[in-house]
Design a binder for this molecule. Structure first.
Ligand code: DGL
Length: 280
């Protein structure tokens, strides 16, 4: 069986593009609808109930686009709202925390794993628990986890300041304690952070593996498409790739273009999901 409907992907802004790009690489024949909630970003400093409400509204929008799967391309929304979305959705919902945790356990050699994320994600402890669970599944002993919130990274990413002096100084300040802790693996547990991976990698040094949760999440997407028999049929026509933002489409494209290049067709549309009534 095949299903040619698109995959829906959302994030608080442009960070989810780091997941979207990996989905395109893993399953290039799939159509996608991306929603960036740029007008309400950041999610990482908002309360649990607000992030759940925003996520439910975003899900409603993607449902209106008749998607066959929803990817929460945001760690903060995954940490706070995954259970709620999974319970209410009629289609499979994919989060980004578990795949990233799995990848971190695979990558570490010395058992010292750093997690950088938004304040919200760090405060839930969901990521730490996911890494501990995966380590236990793999029979790994003596895992040590070090977490650090890096809220300014989200603003730098949204601003397009991915590789300048300010990004470098900010990274040096945030990552100091993780370097001192001797982590050999660093999970970029916010989908905005891979946009700054050059600077993050330079500050951490060669011996540290950076985990981009988008790569691991795209594998999960592919597996579910196959397992549920909902992959698109191979076709000679190009898959549809739609973009929506709750802020100015021109601003979205300006920042997204250097990252997605030709993958981003102009024609990003505006949509505000705050018009949807949801009950929590
Ligand atoms: N990109 C999101 C994440 O993965 C959220 C960043 C934010 O809006 O604070 O956590």
């Amino acid at each position: 069986m095949t299903d040619n409907r698109p995959i829906g992907v959302f994030d608080s802004g442009i960070g989810g593009l780091t997941v979207l790009r990996e989905i395109w690489n893993a399953v290039p024949e799939e159509s996608t609808v991306y929603f960036g909630d740029n007008s309400r970003t950041p999610y990482g400093t908002k309360s649990r109930s607000t992030v759940i409400r925003y996520s439910l509204q975003n899900m409603k929008f993607l449902e209106s686009k008749d998607v066959k799967m929803i990817v929460i391309a945001c760690n903060t929304a995954s940490a706070y709202a995954y259970e709620e979305l999974k319970t209410r959705s009629k289609v499979p919902v994919v989060e980004v925390v578990t795949p990233g945790a799995d990848e971190a356990c695979r990558a570490t050699k010395n058992g010292r794993i750093g997690i950088i994320a938004t304040k919200g994600t760090v405060s839930t402890g969901v990521y730490k628990k996911a890494v501990e669970d995966k380590a236990e599944e793999r029979g790994m002993k003596n895992i040590e986890i070090f977490q650090q919130a890096c809220p300014l990274f989200v603003s730098l990413a949204e601003e397009g300041w991915w590789d300048n002096e300010i990004a470098k100084l900010t990274a040096e300040e945030y990552l100091k304690s993780l370097k001192e802790a001797g982590v050999d693996t660093l999970v970029m547990a916010c989908t905005h952070y891979p946009l700054l991976s050059k600077v993050i990698g330079e500050v951490m040094g060669d011996g540290v593996t950076l985990v981009n949760t988008g790569v691991a999440t795209a594998k999960v997407v592919r597996d579910i498409l196959n397992k549920e028999s909902i992959a698109s049929e191979e076709s000679s026509s190009k898959p549809l790739r739609e973009f929506y933002t709750s802020d100015e489409p021109e601003l979205f494209e300006q920042v997204a273009m250097p990252f997605l290049g030709e993958g981003l067709p102009s024609g990003t549309k505006h949509f505000s999901t705050d018009r949807y009534e949801v009950t929590i």
